[in-house]
Design a binder for this molecule. Structure first.
Ligand code: M6R
Length: 616
């Protein structure tokens, strides 16, 4: 969950390290640190609890001088977010500095062993064993060779890691390696760079190299990068990635926060995703890497995801079952991974949905499905992410970098991507005729403009946010596909406003959650003009009878709902019931953002969370 950066070259390192960390902060933001090596071979660093902005202030005072350095932004796993537990961590001699993303599972055993050999530890982290192991190897079998010392240390580790290491004995040299946690490097005229993902590198390069597990790369100030594999053999053709977005895409560009920016980018994201997808052969989805006959043979689909992406899965299920008539199961990755009796057929297809492509539980589940013989198809946003690399086919949603921890544009783009998959499957197995596919596709093409209309009505969300003032709990209700809209709306609210929000299928409310309702209790009811409209209206009446304040999400012109609700978030008429959740959710994203801002919170970096959940 942490972010790692490294630079060696002809410029002062600290400026880029701090800028790089700022772009990686979405991975974790409870503490941060940098360490640079001066040309005369001195290590200088600062680290502190808090955000990169605080680190920047400290670094300015410390006047860190050096053209080679490493940096880290942390999401605490072992040890509280304190100055002492912040990375980088040093060896016992103060010559070797390490930043780490991942978890060292056998750190307690290693720590005991190192302590018995006289090593002293200053932090409670799992990471700190690594510089001490490197120190042991440096003085022993590696004989002053940093890359070899890192190899020796890694051979003792169990768990996951992306590491960047510098040593005052070899100023200018930086060694990086990975196992299970992502790491990319790039070479430029100004020097060589390393980072947990492409975000910080977009400002310096358009092409990056992806390290494979156990590759060790040695980066030098002239920009050269030597990569060797686990056996020490040079890696001749490492995988490269072209960054297809401008660095400005990851900047605020006039918005007050990334969540506002990303909410407003949804219409264009959907347009990009749909562009050129309807072709001569129906839905063009070459990424699937399955023949038409293989697609037609699919008899079961298992969708695996976490959080917001899991909610995408629930809507994908509705679309696939309706348009392709294939039974779909949607699983939380964290639950699936411990279900020992999971059943698949010979023609089960697995779809993993993950914005980041790095969610540990989802990756474990995908590997398990492959092990069970299933074809694994990934829907993701991040180019070259682990999910993409390990899957049989990948559909990139092309939503551009999503920085705010609360997922918004990836949610709607992933739903539309799953609609494309559903149409492709329906066409392949003969459930849908070409004309039907064209009609559904035309409905999808209307989504961007429908979204624009909702965005223009954000004042309604601002007004509705006032109804949450002084409240501690709320209920979100919806039926059919919009029970998922309720789940996602409630998740957004919980995540960034720290207000309890219970989401339920509206018809289930009377089986328990209705007991929550008392005078003034806020209920958000998603009640569009669909085949369950009147049933949901009855549930609204039940809430009102018990004193609830109801905020409705309804279709333009619905006077019945207007009369019942304290505030209506109006949605334009949608061409298909499956389109409604993609459009209506924009109101709930904006509502959550306004509630969070009214409470004075940082909407982009909610407490306790990180965007990329790379630990189980
Ligand atoms: O990157 P992923 O889509 O795999 O992430 C899964 C969840 O961690 C993520 O959707 C999380 O629930 C979001 N922060 C919700 O806004």
């Amino acid at each position: 969950m942490c972010g790692v950066v490294g630079y060696t070259g002809r410029n002062q390192a600290v400026d880029w390290l701090l800028d790089g960390l700022a772009t990686l902060e979405y991975r974790g933001y409870d503490s941060a640190g940098v360490q640079v090596v001066s040309s005369s071979g001195n290590l200088h660093g600062v680290k502190c609890a808090g955000r990169v902005a605080t680190l920047r202030e400290r670094a300015a005072v410390a006047n860190l001088n050096g053209t080679c350095g490493i940096g880290h932004t942390r999401w605490a796993t072992h040890g509280a977010p304190t100055d002492r537990n912040a990375h980088p961590h040093l060896d016992g001699t103060g010559r070797i500095a390490v930043v780490h993303n991942g978890i060292i599972e056998n750190y307690q055993e290693l720590r005991r062993e190192l302590m018995a050999a006289g090593h002293e530890f200053l932090s409670e982290t799992d990471t700190e064993v690594i510089p001490h192991l490197i120190q042991e190897a440096w003085n022993g079998p590696a004989k002053g060779d940093l890359a070899r010392a890192v190899r020796y240390a890694c051979d003792r580790l169990e768990g996951a890691w992306a590491l960047a290491v510098v040593c005052s004995e070899v100023p200018g040299q930086m060694v990086v390696t990975r196992n299970g946690s992502p790491l990319v490097v790039t070479s430029t005229e100004d020097g060589a760079y390393a980072a947990s993902d492409v975000m910080p590198l977009a400002s310096v390069a358009t092409q990056v190299t992806q390290l494979e597990d156990n590759d060790i790369a040695t980066l030098s100030p002239d920009g050269s990068i030597q990569i060797v594999d686990r056996n020490g053999a040079p890696v001749a053709n490492p995988a490269t990635l072209t960054i297809d977005w401008d660095a400005s895409a990851a900047r605020l560009g006039g918005y007050s926060d990334f969540m506002a920016k990303e909410i407003s980018e949804q219409p264009e994201a959907i347009e990009r995703l749909l562009k050129d997808r309807l072709g001569e052969h129906g839905i063009e989805l070459d990424e699937l890497s399955l023949t038409k006959a293989e697609l037609a043979a699919v008899d079961r689909i298992v969708i695996i995801a976490c959080g917001t992406s899991y909610h995408v899965g629930l809507i994908a299920k509705a679309a696939i079952e309706r348009w392709a008539r294939i039974p779909v199961a949607v699983e939380f990755a964290s639950e699936f991974n411990y279900d020992e009796n999971y059943l698949v057929t010979d023609h089960t297809m697995c779809v993993v949905i993950t914005q980041s492509g790095e969610t540990a539980d989802t990756l474990t589940a995908a590997r398990r499905m492959r092990g069970m013989g299933c074809t694994v198809f990934a829907i993701t946003n991040v180019l070259g992410s682990t999910a993409a690399r390990e899957s049989d086919g990948t559909l990139y949603i092309q939503a551009g970098p999503e920085v705010a921890v609360a997922s918004t544009k990836a949610y709607t783009a992933q739903i539309v991507a799953s609609f494309l998959l559903a149409l492709r499957l329906g066409l392949a197995n003969g459930t849908l005729a070409r004309e039907e596919v064209e009609r559904h596709f035309a409905d999808l093409e209307r989504i961007p403009d429908l979204m624009r209309e909702v965005l223009a009505r954000r004042w309604q969300d601002k007004q509705a946010a006032r109804l949450f003032q002084g409240k501690h709990s709320s209920l979100f209700l919806g039926r059919n596909v919009n029970s998922t809209t309720a789940y996602e709306g409630a998740l957004k609210l919980k995540e960034i406003s720290y207000l309890h929000a219970e989401a339920y299928p509206a018809g289930e409310m009377k089986h328990g959650p209705i007991a929550l309702i008392e005078g003034g209790f806020p209920v958000v009811a998603i009640v569009p003009a669909d085949h369950v409209h009147d049933k949901t209206v009855s549930n609204i009446e039940e809430c009102l009878a018990r004193g609830a304040v109801v905020i409705g999400v309804a279709t333009d012109g619905d006077e019945k709902v207007a009369k019942l609700c304290s505030q209506v978030l109006w949605v334009p008429q949608c061409p298909d019931e499956l389109v409604v959740p993609v459009v209506a959710i924009l109101h709930l994203q904006m509502l959550a953002r306004y509630v969070s801002r009214d409470r004075g919170y940082d909407v982009d970096k909610p407490r306790n969370l990180a965007k990329s959940v790379t630990v189980e």
